[in-house]
Design a binder for this molecule. Structure first.
Ligand code: OAD
Length: 248
């Protein structure tokens, strides 16, 4: 592991532009469960019945039971050492942007200033009738689904399966993937497109792809140059410390 961390540090320090792509694993150490695998949200909730836009429109109260659970974890969560290390990498000039599938806002809270949120932000709500957006805080979830002043149903301002990612957001994410020369892929199973296609796009544009994950993924033997096995909260601070040693 130490040898791979040193290799990553060398590649990051030589890169003109490095970006990070993050997934649910990034926030596991902040107390937010991942979706797939043991303890994942999709073990208890079938995504077909809880996370598609059709399911939400059919039965919003039922979907909100899952969303309320996720929302409670999200409101309590604080950035973990992995988030803080990514923010420090940016501050030191070694990271241009973070492309995230997460909806928890923890990268911004940690201090990253260019965060591309592919799947929206769960701290906001959107009224399906009048289109107004609200902060989640202060909205009562006693009665589900929560309603807007206009009487419309409120939905978290996140991308459900069956919904399109905003074109401008996807354009920026793809641009970042095409123009980086190192991509850190942290805590994603790379099962959901279009996010899952970004490491391949980076690779085919000449970038190194470095995975940080406790487990192998579909990228490990195909797209990634190598996998640093471990959690984000464990590996990312080690990587930042090594960069500090190299640069001071
Ligand atoms: P997944 O739940 O599919 O994958 C989480 C990944 O994080 C797995 O590869 C784990 O091995 C890894 N992991 C677990 N703990 C970790 C830790 N402490 N540090 C680092 N890695 C860890 O989550 P995503 O790939 O983000 O979309 O899922 C992608 C999308 O599927 C989500 O954005 C969501 C979901 O359905 C929508 O709902 C549209």
């Amino acid at each position: 592991m130490q040898r791979l961390i040193q290799r990553a540090v060398k590649e990051l320090s030589e890169a003109k532009k490095a970006v990070a792509l993050t997934g649910a694993g990034m926030s596991v150490e902040s107390g937010i469960p991942a979706f797939r695998g043991e303890g994942g949200l999709w073990e208890r909730y079938d995504p077909e019945e809880y996370a598609t836009i059709e399911a939400f429109k059919r039965d919003p109260a039922r979907c909100w039971r899952m969303l309320k659970e996720l929302g409670e974890a999200l409101l309590k969560a604080r950035p973990n050492p992995g988030h803080l290390a990514l923010a420090e990498l940016e501050k030191m000039g070694f990271l241009s942007s973070v492309i995230t599938q997460n909806i928890d806002g923890l990268h911004q809270e940690a201090g990253n200033t260019d965060v591309i949120e592919l799947h929206g932000n769960g701290r906001r709500l959107l009224c399906l009738s009048c289109g107004r957006r609200f902060e989640t805080l202060g909205i009562s979830l006693e009665e589900l689904p929560p309603k807007c002043r206009c009487g419309g149903i409120l939905k978290p301002d996140v991308v459900f399966f069956g919904e399109l990612i905003s074109e401008s957001v996807l354009y920026r994410a793809r641009r970042e993937a095409e123009t980086c020369d190192v991509m850190l892929v942290i805590g994603t199973s790379a099962m959901v497109y279009p996010a899952a296609g970004l490491p391949g796009l980076a690779k085919s544009s000449g970038s190194k792809v470095i995975e940080i994950n406790p487990q192998r993924t579909v990228l490990t033997d195909s797209i990634s140059d190598y996998l640093i096995t471990g959690s984000a909260g464990q590996i990312m601070p080690l990587l930042v410390n090594e960069i500090k040693v190299l640069t001071t």
